[in-house]
Write a protein that binds this ligand. Structure first.
Ligand code: 57M
Length: 359
């Protein structure tokens, strides 16, 4: 909105020319989203507490979690609201990619909201069924994949990190691939969201990393210099990524150990799906497995644990899955697990950035 209102006035006030720059608008989008979360956080937490939206804690989890009972959840409303508002303020709203990522963020947020609402407010212990949730996610992922596919000149080749000459062409199959990336990312972030700040930290890291990739992919000269696919118009997604990192920092203020609020499925499903959509739009789809490597590790720990558990009728690889519970049960203090997992996430994001040069 600000872009559309203020930039045209640059002919009268030359200082307003600065609104043309994606870099400038990204910085302010990040700050706007941060301050929305930081300033509205206490009020939202109070409202959630008053509505008795307090977390129920499963008794079969690590005992240290029992003390977290009643912590307000559904804080994702604040994150989704801050990202959406800040993006609407600073991005070019004629850009189709902006509307696609906003749709994914809000749509998956709505699925998470229904799940949280059933669990927390209606006190239905299971929320949406696993199948129901997956079906809704797949439908929404397919809508997003189709919309991206329909953007004129959008390439349906897949970028393989480290191999610049290998890029399989998927044609219509690209839509299915996009669904896999978006839904997979959404669920992987959800599985990771089990310790204070454990999910939002790597979301900030991934958002900031894709901020760089979106800017480069949308810049014809830098993209060609670094030999990554040029995606006309995807530079505007940098602003969304900035808003995501900023909102994440604002939320972390309250979600840092010991957490005053959890994001709920409203936050985890929407943030993961938005990261998946960003990866698709920037044409760095497979790279998400590195940028969000921690989410992949957590998801794999569940797949292996559940698979092994079923195959062996009750034996386990880890003390408990997802992996963060394994280390908690080994006796690591919660903040140690969290910070060490963040360190791994940062290292993986750096490795992902090295693909800009190593190919
Ligand atoms: C949701 N939710 C957290 C909070 C957060 C297949 C199976 C592995 C699935 C998995 C599962 O259900 N995962 C998805 C995980 C929960 O957090 C809420 O959920 C939202 C995210 N969706 O925002 O609202 C708990 O996590 C803790 N928490 C924090 N700080 C935060 O900032 O401390 C969350 C956010 C909260 C709080 O305690 O209540 C969760 O962990 O439930 N299931 C599991 O993760 C379960 N694993 C399991 O059963 N493993 C089995 C295998 C064979 C399947 C095994 O290894 O033996 C574990 N989760 C729990 N107890 N709570 C184990 C048992």
């Amino acid at each position: 909105m600000l872009y559309h209102l203020l930039y045209p006035l640059h002919t009268v006030f030359s200082a307003l020319n600065v609104f043309r720059y994606i870099t400038f608008r990204t910085i302010y989008a990040a700050l706007t989203a941060f301050f929305i979360c930081y300033l509205l956080g206490p009020w939202v937490i109070q409202r959630l507490s008053q509505s008795q939206i307090g977390q129920y804690i499963r008794e079969d989890g690590p005992k240290s979690h029992l003390g977290k009972a009643g912590t307000p959840t559904m804080g994702g409303i604040l994150i989704v609201g801050a990202i959406a508002l800040s993006t609407l303020m600073w991005a070019d709203l004629t850009n189709p990619f902006i509307w696609i990522v906003l749709m994914v963020l809000i749509g998956f947020g709505a699925i998470g909201f229904v799940d949280d609402y059933l669990m927390q407010v209606q006190k239905q212990s299971k929320g949406l069924s696993v199948r129901g949730k997956l079906l809704l996610q797949t439908i929404l992922g397919a809508v997003a994949g189709t919309l991206v596919f329909l953007v004129p000149n959008f390439s349906t080749e897949v970028t393989i990190p480290f191999f610049k000459t290998v890029s399989p062409e998927l044609g219509w199959g690209y839509i299915l691939f996009a669904v896999f990336v978006i839904v997979g990312a959404s669920n992987a972030v959800n599985l990771t969201d089990g310790l204070d700040g454990l999910a939002i930290g790597p979301v900030i890291i991934a958002g900031a990393t894709y901020m760089i990739f979106a800017y480069i992919a949308g810049h014809v000269k830098i993209a060609s210099y670094l030999q990554i696919p040029y995606v006309p118009g995807c530079g505007e997604v940098t602003i969304f990524c900035g808003a995501m990192a900023g909102a994440g920092l604002g939320f972390l203020w309250f979600n840092a150990y010991p957490a005053e609020v959890f994001m709920g499925d409203t936050g985890s499903l929407s943030l993961g799906a938005a990261l998946g959509a960003i990866a698709v739009i920037t044409k760095q789809e497979i790279l998400l497995a590195l940028v969000g490597g921690l989410f992949v590790i957590e998801a794999l720990s569940v797949i292996f644990q559940v698979g092994f558990f079923k195959m062996t009728r009750g034996r386990r690889i880890f003390r408990m899955a997802p992996l963060h519970h394994h280390f908690e049960l080994k006796g690591w203090a919660e903040p140690k697990v969290i910070v060490r997992f963040w360190i791994i996430a940062i290292a993986l994001a750096l490795l992902a950035m090295s693909t800009l040069k190593l190919r």
